[in-house]
Design a protein around this ligand. Structure first.
Ligand code: AMP
Length: 615
């Protein structure tokens, strides 16, 4: 019988198996294909491996074991439900379960395996891993370093020469390695890490916050006393919330009956923002960046020598990790191979090659483009209405949902125009417009009104964009079909034209409103004609607006607001306002951004006092 070789990531928190199926390397297994690295016994003495063991961990720690990888290679034994096991034996139970998954998917029992280990594993730890394989009926044909597996999954091995930084943040461990890949040879130049740091620590920080909030609401500290069930519930809720915060900017937590008092159930109900969560974990993420610097200096390389940064491990789905790493290294980290499956897939690539299968690189459905919306921000120190930052980043595996938070830009703003673009450029106008819509009827507020923009992109290339007013939940959504189809030049031109027409229509509405306003005016202490003569015609401003300066839209908006308030101004203020209108108008005509902003700042200050006054 031919050998059946599989690749296995035997992880501290989770394990996976991958093999060659339907012409490509895939992770094999039911459901989400991840097996929690937990082993236990039920009350009735039944062996539990994976999810079922993990589920009883908090309630029955004496009957369950986790993180056995930390003890591999040591001679200590562990007790599970009163029975003694060696770490190798416990690991073999996990491997046996994975081999069972592979058998169901491949239709035959695997007899050989490539198993991955951290680059820093000693000989004793590697030998223990081989032994665990043998106990599970698997001949371990290769022990593969995890960062090497990641570079195999990304298809770096076999090509030219590359240097990559592999950043691996799992549930309980953190490793960073600098690898040099040349042809078939991948060398780990340096590794650093912390085998006591991972997503579990993020859970702990968030869970502690939940506990404090529960105590505030009900006066019970579930960390004290004998309520393991309540504690387990809050830790579970914290992990779920943490995962959601990777794609959402706010999460509502509602845990029913966390515990009881006098027979009455006590619930936890609260909201947590991504920003608050990020503040909790920032210190931990920073500490991983210290290890990154150490690994780089040990390898004798600089950040700019890196051809790629590869993200590995479930916790790298955390946006803050991506952002801080990008800032430190100066290139966009890659996450196009699912970070929690990447090591197993790399092991699967090698296993397939060893069985004579041509497995080039792992193929995953990713978004080939970035998508985002334009917003009023600053460029070169001046306000600019077409700022852009992707919400969905290219090369992210599909399907995916991502949201970002924005706020309204003017006081008492009741509608927002959303322009959706495809592209990377910080200037939205240099990207490809793909759609637009207006959300109306928002709460007019004197301060900033928080808006959430959520984007969901599925495997069929359907992009759903939703705008939500956070305080009321009022929302509006559009669906853009074929978002992943490359746009032809013709389509891009047509989309730009539509956009220009829209900007134009807005400018006309603006002129119209101004016109109506002039006719409505019946103020006593100023002469309309006099003012009209003093104040430049808005149509002229709008003419300049067709080819706007950075920040011009904001300045013109300000003039518009100011004109509506002229009649309520004291005469000196009015004169000053009109003079500022003129200066803005002149500056726009001359293309003088500094002059325009200077005058706009003056006008803003003037209006601040005006708008602060009651009618
Ligand atoms: P691993 O050891 O690579 O399987 O990673 C497991 C860790 O990744 C656990 O701490 C998970 O809670 C964490 N994790 C999984 N999915 C996400 C997510 N979407 N966002 C943040 N952390 C995640």
């Amino acid at each position: 019988m031919a050998d059946l070789i599989v690749g296995i990531d035997l992880g501290t928190t989770n394990s996976e198996v991958a093999g060659f199926l339907d012409g490509r390397v895939q992770v094999l297994g039911p459901g989400n294909q991840i097996l929690p690295s937990c082993v236990g016994f039920s009350a009735g003495g039944e062996l539990l491996v994976g999810e079922s063991a993990r589920n009883q961990l908090a309630l029955y720690p004496e009957r369950t074991i986790r993180s056995i990888k930390r003890r591999m290679g040591s001679s200590e034994s562990v007790m599970i439900a009163g029975k003694s096991f060696s770490p190798t034996e416990v690991s073999s139970l996990i491997l046996r379960e994975l081999a069972g998954w592979a058998k169901s998917a491949l239709g035959g029992t695997p007899n050989k395996a490539v198993i991955t280990v951290p680059a820093y594993f000693s000989d004793a730890q590697r030998a223990a891993t081989r032994e665990a394989g043998a106990l599970a009926g698997l001949e371990v044909v290769r022990i593969l370093n995890e960062p090497t597996a990641a570079s195999l999954a990304y298809g770096y091995a076999g090509g030219g020469r590359h240097t990559a930084l592999v950043y691996d943040l799992g549930g309980g461990t953190f490793d960073v390695s600098v690898v040099s890949v040349e042809g078939e040879i991948t060398e780990v130049l340096a590794s650093h890490g912390n085998n006591k740091l991972g997503g579990d620590d993020f859970d702990d920080l968030l869970a502690a916050h939940l506990c404090r909030e529960f105590e505030r609401q009900h006066g019970i500290d579930v960390r004290q006393g004998n309520t393991p069930g309540a504690k387990a519930r809050l830790w579970w809720a914290a992990e779920e919330a943490k995962k959601k915060l990777s794609s959402e900017v706010y999460v509502q937590i509602r845990e029913e009956s966390v515990t009881t008092r006098n027979g009455r159930p006590l619930h936890l109900e609260m909201e947590i923002s991504r920003k608050d969560y990020e503040d909790m974990i920032r210190g931990l993420v920073e500490s991983t960046l210290d290890s990154v610097s150490k690994a780089l200096s040990d390898s004798g390389r600089k950040p700019s020598d890196m051809d790629a940064v590869l993200l590995v491990g479930g916790s790298t789905r955390t946006p803050l990790v991506f952002e801080m790493l990008r800032e430190r290294i100066g290139i966009e980290p890659r996450q196009d191979v699912h970070p929690d499956l990447c090591v197993a897939l790399g092991a699967g690539v090698l296993a397939s090659r060893l069985s004579g299968r041509d497995a080039g690189r792992v193929l995953v459905d990713v978004s080939p483009y970035s998508f985002g919306i334009s917003f009023l921000g600053e460029r070169g120190g001046v306000p600019y209405p077409h700022c852009y930052k992707p919400i969905i980043r290219r090369n992210t595996p599909l399907p995916l949902t991502r949201s970002e938070e924005y706020s309204t830009s003017h006081p008492f703003q009741t509608e927002v125009d959303l322009q959706v673009y495809q592209g990377e450029d910080e200037d939205a106008l240099k990207n490809v417009p793909v759609g637009n819509f207006t959300i109306e009827g928002l709460t007019g507020m004197s301060g900033a009104n928080e808006m959430i923009c959520r984007m969901r992109l599925d495997l069929d290339g359907i992009l759903e964009v939703t705008a939500v007013e956070k305080r009321t939940g009022k929302s509006k959504r559009i669906t853009i079909d074929n978002a992943l189809k490359a746009k032809s030049d013709e389509e891009i031109r047509a989309a730009r034209k539509r956009l220009e027409e829209m900007f134009q229509a807005r400018a006309e509405a603006f002129e119209h409103e101004h016109h109506d306003h002039d006719h409505d005016h019946d103020g006593e202490d100023w002469d309309e004609e006099e003012l009209a003569a003093l104040d430049p015609a808005l149509s002229e401003i709008e003419a300049a607006f067709r080819d706007p300066l950075p920040g011009e839209e904001a300045a013109v908006g300000l003039v518009d607001r100011s004109r509506k308030l002229l009649e309520r101004m004291h005469s000196e203020d009015r004169e000053e306002a009109v003079e500022l209108h003129e200066r803005i108008h002149e500056a726009i005509k001359m293309g003088d951004v500094v002059g325009m902003n200077d005058a706009a700042r003056g006008l803003k200050e003037l209006l601040f006092f005006m708008e602060g006054r009651p009618n």
